[in-house]
Design a protein around this ligand. Structure first.
Ligand SMILES: [Fe+2]
Length: 293
């Protein structure tokens, strides 16, 4: 694993973000993305995108190094959302840093708690399209979540940035297009999501033109988008890219079908988005649906 100065018996040292913009990693060396491709077919359409080109499932995790102190704000947030979900103290305490992790990485010392299926509740500041509202998404399939490859992905993300404690939101997302209808990977245009850093793994690009679904970053200037394009390329399946969400704004160009006679005239792009949250940053977790008091 790259930049893995992470050791089970030492508190990790965080990557200095002041001079980090982005870095691409060949994840096919440690993840067989082809084995995940089929799971994207099962993801239901995202009801919050009325044009129907997006499909999304999510899951929440807490990834904390065994030698790092727990961040109180994370435990407080999880406890608060659990209470709002109507959980008993006993049930909710399983998801705190004092509870037993679901697994631990012996090589790095990172521990993982699988968190409940909290709804996404972003702040309006970061998402003018969907900020504030509660969005309910189905869970990523357990078969994927409990796979060794998935664990390796979470550990790679944590070790790359070297954080001590964070909540990680994982999103499996498909965007599709048809001959007469394009797909929009980033409906809001160039944007930031209010994270410190983000990872994106491309799982599949099928029947798309080579010049569509292009990933682009422009530089940030004190919270404002600039026109300085610093990345402009199609990221191929198997490639994982990390970027500094404070320093660049990201966008994905629209998707277009390559061959109308293939796949019934449909094209798809399947990705995994990883975003780590630590207070005081935006922690877009809301109570479990249907259990709100
Ligand atoms: Fe985004």
């Amino acid at each position: 694993m790259s930049r893995s100065g992470v050791h089970p018996d030492q508190q990790p040292v965080e990557l200095d973000l002041s001079d980090f913009l982005y870095e691409a990693v060949d994840a096919s060396e440690f993840i067989n993305v082809k084995s995940w491709a089929a799971s994207f077919d099962e993801i239901p359409v995202d009801p919050y995108i009325k044009e129907g080109y997006r499909y999304k499932s999510i899951a929440w995790f807490r990834i904390k190094h065994r030698k790092a102190p727990a961040i109180d704000g994370i435990d407080e947030k999880i406890a608060a959302v659990n209470r709002l979900s109507g959980m008993s103290e006993e049930e909710g305490s399983r998801y705190l840093s004092t509870g037993m992790p679901a697994w631990e990485s012996k090589e790095t010392g990172y521990c993982c708690w699988k968190l409940p299926q909290y709804v996404m509740q972003q702040s309006i500041q970061y998402n003018p399209v969907h900020g504030g509202m509660r969005r309910v998404y189905p869970r990523i399939s357990d078969k994927v979540i409990d796979s060794e490859d998935f664990r390796r992905l979470l550990i790679h993300y944590a070790a790359f940035f070297g954080w001590g404690d964070a909540v990680v939101l994982v999103q499996f997302q498909r965007v599709d297009c048809w001959v007469n209808r394009t797909g929009q990977p980033a409906i809001e245009g160039f944007h930031q999501d209010g994270n410190r850093h983000v990872g994106m793994l491309i799982v599949n690009r099928d029947n798309l033109t080579d010049d569509s679904g292009v990933s682009q970053y422009v530089m940030d200037d004190n919270g404002k988008k600039t026109d300085e394009l610093v990345f402009d390329a199609v990221i191929p399946p198997g490639r994982l890219i990390y970027w500094n969400d404070k320093r660049v704004w990201h966008y994905g160009t629209e998707l277009r079908v390559a061959d109308a006679t293939v796949n019934g005239g449909r094209g798809v792009r399947d990705i995994v988005i990883l975003s780590a949250k630590t207070p005081p940053a935006n922690m877009p977790m809301g109570p479990l649906p249907g259990r709100t008091r």
